[in-house]
Design a protein around this ligand. Structure first.
Ligand SMILES: [Zn+2]
Length: 263
């Protein structure tokens, strides 16, 4: 039990720090800033932030949500993003337990999905860079799992084929939809994201992913219309796909088992 609490505390802290990093990275990608070299600064006055200003959540609480230098309000987005990612990390750990390879593989994917959702929400674009990082991470973990005898060549090839198959199928569907609706239905980033997740999730869960993404996409679109009547016609599907993929990482196997009992 003590060990379990220790892990939860560590994962909460790592979740906060990684969440803070991902949120800043997403904001810098949208604003086309260099996120490797550039120092963190206040979005209002541009003052460089010191280490004390960069502690996730705590800095926000202690400064009462205001910049220490110019006194302007700091967006609630920072602590919200940090706490959200902390929660996602804890739930993932409760699912994988101390199977650390699976945990880190899915944690990195969750991080990329989180950054993808944030950038797509703000800029209606899914950066290739985040998709490439996810793919490289998958390749590294697959090699590691193969070396440790957890995974087989057959499984790895199946995963790649699933990604290619779903990517191609969704590309064809979106091209047909474009012709029928006479407007762009799915962004290129959405199609690449589906292909990537096909590689990660395998056949059954990718099938579930498409259904769940459509349902969540409709719910998000409906809620956005309710909250913001002036919202643009363009609607980002990335957050719905990312949220669906995360949900399926956690409950996908249970959903598949349930679905098979219906057949
Ligand atoms: Zn400031």
């Amino acid at each position: 039990m003590a060990e379990f609490i220790y892990y939860i505390v560590c994962i909460s802290l790592f979740g906060l720090v990684f969440g803070s990093f991902l949120n800043c990275m997403a904001m810098r990608i949208v604003r086309k800033e260099d996120f490797v070299k550039g120092r963190s600064h206040c979005m209002e006055c541009g003052h460089e932030l010191s280490a004390a200003d960069l502690i996730p959540v705590f800095s926000y609480v202690f400064s009462r949500g205001k910049c220490r230098y110019c006194g302007k309000k700091i967006s609630i987005r920072y602590p919200l993003a940090e706490l959200t990612f902390m929660l996602l990390s804890i739930i993932l750990f409760l699912h994988t337990g101390t199977d650390w390879i699976t945990f880190f593989k899915e944690w990195i994917l969750t991080g990329c999905l989180f950054a993808i959702a944030l950038t797509d929400l703000e800029s209606y674009e899914i950066p290739d860079m985040l998709l490439i990082v996810s793919l490289i991470s998958w390749i590294c973990f697959s090699v590691l799992e193969f070396i440790l005898g957890i995974s087989s060549i057959k499984f790895i090839i199946q995963s790649i084929l699933t990604g290619l198959l779903f990517g191609a199928a969704i590309l064809i569907i979106s091209l047909v939809m474009d012709k029928l609706l006479k407007k762009d239905s799915l962004g290129g980033g959405d199609i690449k994201l589906f292909a990537l997740l096909g590689v990660y999730l395998g056949f059954a869960k990718t099938y579930e992913l498409i259904i769940l993404s459509c349902i969540l996409g409709l719910i998000f679109a409906f809620l956005r219309k309710k909250i913001d009547k002036s919202a643009s016609q363009e609607f980002p599907l990335g957050p719905a796909i990312a949220a669906s993929a995360y949900i399926l990482l956690i409950v996908g196997d249970a959903v598949t088992a349930w679905y098979l009992t219906l057949l």
